[in-house]
Each structure stands twice: as C-alpha cells, then as structure tokens.
Design a protein around this ligand. Structure first.
Ligand SMILES: [Zn+2]
Length: 273
C-alpha cells in the first residue's frame, strides 16, 4: 500500500513528545508522503522545519481563518517569502469559517483572497478549509475563477454539500476526505465520495483531529498511519480495491504537489493538470 496523507498538523503539541515514533508508524503503514499544514506564521515555519528534517514530509504555509485575527503586522509578508522554500508544495491552510467566531468574517475573506493570489503567483495548490460558509466560499472562488481561470487546490476534510463539491471540481479543485467520511451518520458524504472523479480524489487524516472509525472513541489523537481507514472506507463505497484506490490517491497528491513517484521534487510545479 502506498498512501499520502494530504493534511496533518504535525507541529501540533499533541505530537511534541513522540513525533519520531508517529512517523515511523506512518512509514510502516505505507505512508510515503505527508503534507504538514501550517495555521499561523510560527506553525508554517515549524512545518517547514519538519519537512527539512523528514524526507517524507512536505510543507504547506498559511494562516488559518480562525487565526487570521491574531496575526501580527509583518506576518503576512514573512509568510509570502516562505512559499519559495523548496520543501513548500502548497499554500494554506486558508478558507472561511462561520462556525467559530475568532476572526471577523471580512478579515477571513481578506486573508483568503491573499492566499489565493499567493498560490497563483507561486504556482502552488491552495489548501482550503470551509466550515458553515459554503455559499461565501463559492462566491469567492467563482469570482477568482472569472478573473484567473482554473484553480489548483484542495477542498480539505470535505464534509459539505454535494453541490459545493461539484462546483469546486468544475473550478479545478481536488476533494480530500478525512475520518468524517467513516462516521456512522455520514452516509450522504459517502454517497458523494462515491461520485468524485478518481483523478481528483485525495485522502487525509487532519491529525491530530478526526479519528476515523474503527478507532473513533477508542483513541483521542489521530495520526498519519490511520489514513488507511479512510482509504478502506472509500474503497468500499466506490466498490474498488483499496490498494488500487490508495495508489490513485497517492499519484493524485504527487501530481498536485509537483512531486515525483518517489516523492522527490522532479515533475515541476504547474504540470498537475
Ligand atoms: Zn487543518
């Protein structure tokens, strides 16, 4: 099995004491790549440090909508420079969130637009978070598409409406599923996952969050090795072989992030179509 966990918060304090073992278990489970995703400037810098230290780890740099209000003056311009780092293969996580109220919505939208512009300028895919804000998300993405055309990126930990996924796909995005798709009450999400084109499908853990079934309720911390459970769930609903599905999702991630088959840089950014 060759797996790529396209979204993990490896710099989270949940991993402060045993990251080495966590990465070892991931490797044993067949995880050949992990995208470590930043949520603040400091966290983005940590993600890069991890990507420098561990060959299978790559970094995404961004300021999460819920942390945008606490960003300091100067953070954004420093973040813009981080994108050029050779281990940075994506911009984010960014997006919109109306569930929590940590950041005024207009500030979230301003930061989201900045990330979209940065991703396009740097020719990197963008990692998009959306919670209770699908209409706003599609409004912003459609306007961006009108001006600039297809957007490379990921609707991460997707749990929204089928129509949102369909519009996202039509704008050029990939759809990534996390542990939520394995939950007992997630049948509508599984039905949607069944219909995502194979070449736009990704899997992730969103570690340390979203522990998948059958581990849910038994452990509280998720980790990249557990991405296998989401693969098995998707393979079941799509009536395909898990090994083959894993292979496809991994190839999709490698293409999107501009990585070669062995997860080494090589294909060059922007060849991901
Ligand atoms: Zn995240």
């Amino acid at each position: 099995m060759r797996l790529f966990d396209t979204h993990a918060h490896l710099d989270d304090e949940a991993f402060a004491h045993d990251l080495q073992e966590v990465l070892q278990r991931a490797q044993s489970a067949g995880v050949v790549g992990i995208l470590a995703v930043g949520i603040t400037l400091a966290s983005s810098e940590s993600a890069i440090r991890l990507a420098e230290n561990y060959g299978q780890v790559w970094a995404a740099v961004g300021i999460h909508p819920n942390y945008a209000a606490s960003a300091q003056p100067g953070d954004w311009s420093r973040l813009e420079r981080l994108v050029e780092h050779p281990r940075v293969v994506a911009v984010g996580e960014t997006g919109l969130d109306r569930y929590w109220h940590y950041t005024p919505f207009e500030v979230q939208e301003d930061y989201f637009l900045r990330h979209l512009a940065l991703a396009r300028a740097a020719n990197r895919p963008v990692v998009i978070h959306c919670r209770d804000a699908e209409e706003d998300l599609l409004r912003v993405l459609r306007a961006d598409y009108e001006h600039h055309g297809p957007l490379r990126g990921i609707l991460h930990a997707f749990s929204g409406q089928a129509s949102t996924a369909e519009v996202g796909l039509s704008l050029g995005l990939h759809v990534s599923f996390a542990g939520m798709v394995t939950y007992k009450n997630a049948e509508p999400l599984r039905q949607l996952a069944r219909r995502i084109p194979a070449d736009r499908l990704l899997v992730e853990t969103d570690s340390p969050y979203l522990v998948p079934v059958p581990l849910r309720g038994r452990i509280s911390r998720n980790e990249p090795a557990h991405v296998i459970h989401t693969v098995h769930c998707l393979a079941r609903v799509r009536q395909t072989d898990a090994e083959q599905l894993a292979q496809q999702c991994t190839a999709n991630a490698q293409r999107l992030f501009g990585l070669g088959q062995n997860c080494q840089p090589g294909l060059g950014y922007g060849t991901g179509w």
